[in-house]
Design a protein around this ligand. Structure first.
Ligand SMILES: Nc1ncnc2c1ncn2[C@@H]1O[C@H](COP(=O)(O)OP(=O)(O)OP(=O)(O)O)[C@@H](O)[C@H]1O
Ligand SMILES: [Mg+2]
Length: 251
């Protein structure tokens, strides 16, 4: 996928809920400073894949390597300490707390004095100037797009090396989606690796380095974003797997 040493390697990942397996065989890599977009329709297994990577769901097959180390058995907290930060689907900010309080809470996992977090907060304000302008306001008073930026900013307070973003475009107007994607693209320049789960196909392809399409819990297409054939991608995205593993195109 890329020349740089991968930060995350997911190989044949299988996961589910209790005895129910919903992800069967998902594989991809993420390198530092690069963004892998995970596409797929509703129920394809995208969120479950992120949950398994972050440790919230048990791995029932395959393996996960982070920074060259197998982490299949690591707890959620250990993965956070290793440098994974997961922004879950939906709004993840505390509405009654101010923007700055939300950021401070995001930094809590680092276990350092509050005063030591202000350098990080300034860095986040540099990335998202709107958060600086609204720093003393309750997070709930901000627009959906601004809250999404705060959720991402709070996750960055943990100083992750890998950021997992689950549908940051959810519920946002197209023009706002574009802005959020632009900010996410800028994060790559800080050197972190990003997994972006999306249904906003075109907006996310515009900022992706690598693409994985998942359907019914399996990879159906993977490759560099620049080499993706949009028609082939659409077929993979909307395709339905047949029992022999082939793909039929639904009209
Ligand atoms: N807590 C749960 N318990 C049981 N089954 C679940 C649970 N969460 C999700 N599932 C099932 O697992 C499958 C994959 O769901 P998942 O949330 O990973 O899909 P997704 O690709 O993220 O979809 P969406 O685009 O709608 O967010 C679906 O069939 C879903 O119904
Ligand atoms: Mg989901």
């Amino acid at each position: 996928m890329s020349a740089a040493k991968p930060l995350l390697k997911v190989d044949g990942l299988a996961a589910g809920y209790g005895d129910l397996r919903v992800v069967w065989d998902v594989s991809f890599e993420v390198s530092p400073g690069r963004l892998t977009v995970l596409l797929g329709r509703n129920g394809a297994g995208k969120t479950t894949t992120l949950r398994a990577i972050s440790g919230l769901n048990k791995l029932t097959g395959g393996r996960i390597e982070f920074d060259g180390e197998q982490i299949d058995k690591a707890t959620v907290a250990e993965r956070v300490r290793m440098g994974m930060s997961y922004v879950q689907e939906g709004k993840r900010v505390l509405h009654a707390q101010t923007v700055e309080e939300n950021l401070l809470l995001g930094g809590r996992v680092r276990n350092v004095r509050r005063s030591a977090l202000h350098e990080d907060i300034d860095r986040i304000y540099g990335l998202f100037p709107i958060l600086k302008a609204k720093r003393s306001l309750p997070a709930g008073s901000m627009s959906g797009g601004q809250q999404q930026m705060l959720a991402i900013g709070s996750a960055l307070m943990a100083r992750p090396r890998l950021l997992l973003l689950d549908e940051p475009s959810g519920g946002l107007a197209p023009v706002v989606v574009k802005e959020v994607m632009q900010r996410v693209a800028e994060l790559k320049e800080t050197g972190i690796g990003i997994i972006l789960v999306e249904q906003a196909v075109e907006a996310s392809l515009a900022i992706a380095d690598d693409v994985v399409v998942v359907d019914m819990g399996r990879n159906v297409l993977a490759g560099p974003a620049g080499e993706m054939d949009l028609e082939e991608l659409k077929r993979a995205y909307f395709g339905t797997r047949t029992p022999d593993g082939g793909t039929v195109v639904s009209s």
